[in-house]
Ligand binder design. Structure first.
Ligand code: DGJ
Length: 752
């Protein structure tokens, strides 16, 4: 049991292994937040909440007179509302039929259920049916005996028939608590939701930092940490997608927190559209955190009887720093978010043609590249952009999902047979959500785009955004792209998305519903992803958005991996993959070895280093391997063997960041350790060579203190505690960007 309700005090307690979340129904019916943090046993934390009569912080009518210290402006809330005297960030802002905007929510009832709630049309963590109840997704694998429970709390407005159901999913083993809510109009008049965030979390403390992951195209998820100060600090995207610029995953942490120590609270929005995360220090030094769909441009109409469901937020807690927090998310996503069969099946090493040839190729070029790839041990050949319609540059052809016979005379079926004939799997690239103005689709259906009437649209890559909220658009895409998937034997699909949304206006929505277009776009994308991935479950689906512009938990529900960045420079990838690892598992990070000098930066790095970094991801190649000399080709053969040997450790082991890839300027190191501590792989890349350099002793993690270990088959044996607390001696590596890996393996009695 993880969820408890004490009837007398009206206190809800949610326990995970190391954390406790508590809330209480106040004497006036409001649902107050009491506590979230380290696990506390058998205690009501209500003593922490005391009202002080403060000027300009009024009381609800029911409390006035008897309890002037009771104010929604100062009391911690579980789901804050706008317009009734809480001047901090409100989750819910309504607009009733009379134009009033207030909502004051009070407790009605609750239910405690075994298993995990699900959200109609939205991605969310799931749990298997069986011991714990709720229905898991069709065809998904058993997730083991993880215990999962749901708490549903029903609230209603004090004046108008608006109902809010709060959902909590408790994943005890992962120290995770999910949140979502459903708002229903139970009245006879339509209302608008001008803001409907997913969650609010009020901390009765002031000493927290906000860690966020900002970036840009080709440099995503750079770690940024700042003190939460008075006022609001926001992390947001208004781009219609989760974006390169900010990621919908943040951490609030104690100021002393680091990789190994300190309290950390993670919050990940399982959503791929515009989002807002806000951390606000109020004037009496309490912190309010809120997260959900970005309210800018959002306005959702609820007719009588209609409901709106807010996307899920996955919260997790660690009292032992960022390392454990990240591992919580990694394990949780692998077990309870990703559904693809490839979460458990070893993924093939691929070669993607993009950086080798971009749009300029003929069928024979692809076949000859694939033949060389096969010779090196590559298992999957991916034909990227350029194979359909008049797609000879990025300004034409998008939307016309028929093969370009001038480039590929054998068609998709013929090419797929040729690639399979070489002994390789075959994959293709698509970008379903977009259309070039220069395309047959646009010429036939210009009205299918999101486009503000009477205005020239903002263009990027000569492409416009299809209105994915339109069922006929999704049907067209499913038919056209489905025909391609049926024609060839396709084993892999890369689903790209190459611009931000702008001019958002949908031709099928009336004026009063235009504020729904952006969210309906995301719901439409999810619906289409669901249709494709459930119809073609054997395909390995990789998501992409100009690299990592839509790297979020929502996408991982449909696709097990996401192209991490269009930046394939190994050294820059160290920072990108480092930042990404805080919230996402290595098995989700699309990562390839590319040519030197690197296309994006012009930098030269050794082949071994490029491979070691790409191996800390899905691993593949993206270069013209035909141009490589015999030595490099042999290196590739060896790298593939290495990756396959270490695959279980890399994709299913515990991931540790051993250095700060942004701040540490001498070298970067990270590690994969087997959950049973029987082995570990430690990866090191030097950033700059130094003369007469100080000796580096790198302390490894995740071993058994009393275990005896061997390093890279050397004769010497070491105690686990020695390697963890004394370290491994790094040899001097001459030159910049050199790399080395240490395989630390526990030796048995027999080996000694
Ligand atoms: C952007 C992607 O991130 C690249 O990998 C490549 O697929 C191009 N699009 C193709 O247009």
């Amino acid at each position: 049991m993880a969820i408890f309700f004490q009837e007398k005090e009206k206190v809800f307690t949610l326990h995970t292994r190391h954390s406790t979340w508590q809330m209480q129904v106040s004497p006036y019916g409001h649902l107050l937040h009491l506590y979230y943090g380290r696990r506390v046993e058998k205690t009501s934390m209500s003593y922490l909440v005391r009202g002080i009569n403060r000027g300009f912080s009024g009381s609800p009518y029911a409390a006035f007179g008897e309890d002037r210290g009771y104010s929604l402006d100062t009391y911690p809330q579980e789901y804050s509302t706008f317009g009734v005297g809480d001047y901090r960030t409100g989750c819910l802002q309504l607009e009733h039929s009379d134009g009033s905007q207030a909502a004051e929510l009070v407790y009605v009832s609750h239910r405690i259920l075994s298993g995990k709630y699900s959200l109609p049309g939205l991605p969310a963590l799931w749990a298997e049916p069986g011991g714990d109840g709720a229905a898991g997704p069709e065809g998904s694998k058993k997730a083991g005996s993880d215990s999962v429970q749901t708490l549903e709390i029903v609230l209603r407005d004090t004046a108008l028939p608006i109902e809010v159901r709060l959902y909590y999913g408790v994943f005890e083993e992962y120290d995770a608590i999910t949140r979502s809510c459903r708002i229903t109009n139970r009245g006879g008049d339509g209302v608008y939701l001008n803001q409907a965030l997913s969650m609010c979390l009020d901390f009765l403390r002031e000493d927290l930092d906000l860690v966020s992951f900002y970036g840009r195209h080709t440099m995503e998820r750079m770690v940024e940490r700042r003190r939460i100060s008075h006022g609001r600090q926001v992390v947001e995207s208004r781009r219609g997608s989760s974006s390169h610029q900010q990621n919908p995953f943040v951490i609030l942490c104690a100021s002393e927190a680091n990789e190994e120590y300190g309290e950390c609270f993670g919050a990940a929005l399982v959503y791929s559209g515009s989002f807002l995360a806000s951390a606000e220090l109020d004037p009496i030094n309490q912190i309010r955190f809120t997260m959900g769909i970005h309210p800018d441009g959002f306005r959702w109409r609820l007719e009588p009887g209609e409901s709106f469901t807010a996307p899920e937020v996955v919260c997790s807690f660690s009292a032992s720093g960022f390392g454990v927090l990240s591992q919580n998310y990694h394990r949780l996503y692998q077990k309870h978010l990703i559904r693809s069969k490839y979460k458990d099946v070893q993924r093939p090493v691929l070669l993607n043609h993009w950086e080798a040839m971009e749009f300029s190729f003929q069928e024979e070029d692809l076949v000859s590249l694939a033949a060389s790839a096969k010779d090196l041990g590559i298992q999957l050949f991916v034909m990227d952009d350029g194979w359909f319609g008049e797609r000879n540059q990025d300004t034409s052809g998008l939307g016309d999902w028929q093969v370009n016979r001038e480039k590929l005379p054998s068609g998709i079926g013929g090419l797929s047979r040729r690639i399979h004939g070489l002994g390789l799997q075959f994959g293709i690239w698509i970008e379903p959500e977009m259309v070039n103005e220069d395309s047959n689709l646009y010429r036939t259906h210009p009205e299918w785009c999101l486009r503000a009437p009477g205005r020239l649209p903002n263009v990027e890559r000569g492409q416009l955004v299809l209105d994915m909220g339109r069922p006929e658009v999704r049907d067209y895409l499913f038919r056209q792209i489905g025909a391609v998937l049926d024609e060839g034997e396709i084993n892999y699909v890369k689903w790209d998305m190459n611009r931000s949304l702008s001019d958002v206006w949908s031709g099928i929505l009336p004026r009063e519903r235009q504020g729904e277009a952006s969210h309906r776009y995301v719901l439409g994308v999810y619906e289409l992803m669901e249709r494709f991935t459930s119809t073609y479950p054997d395909i390995l689906w990789e998501s992409c958005s100009g690299g990592g512009g839509r790297f979020d938990a929502g996408i991982l529900y449909y696709m097990p991996q996401i192209w991490c960045s269009d930046n394939t420079d190994a050294v820059e990838r160290l920072q990108i993959q480092y930042g990404t690892s805080f919230g996402y598992p290595v098995s989700a990070m699309g990562s390839h070895v590319s040519a030197c000098p690197n296309l994006q930066t012009g930098r030269r790095t050794p082949m071994e280093t490029r491979a070691l970094i790409a191996m800390s991801g899905t691993f593949g190649y993206e270069l013209d391997v035909r141009k490589l000399g015999e030595k490099e080709q042999e290196q590739i053969r060896e790298q593939i063997r290495e990756f396959q040997r270490f695959y279980p450790l890399i994709h299913h082991g515990d991931y540790y960041r051993l250095t700060d890839a942004v701040k540490d300027s001498v070298f970067t190191a990270w590690e994969f350790a087997a959950p049973d501590a029987s082995e570990a792989l430690i990866c090191v890349v030097t950033l700059r060579a130094r003369s007469n350099a100080p000796q580096i002793r790198l302390r490894v993690k995740g071993l058994k203190e009393n275990g005896i270990y061997q390093i890279n088959e050397e004769a010497a044996h070491y105690q686990g505690s020695a390697l963890m607390y004394g370290g491994i001696l790094l040899p001097a590596l001459p030159g910049d960007y050199q790399s080395i890996a240490f395989w630390v393996r526990q030796v048995t009695e027999k080996d000694r």
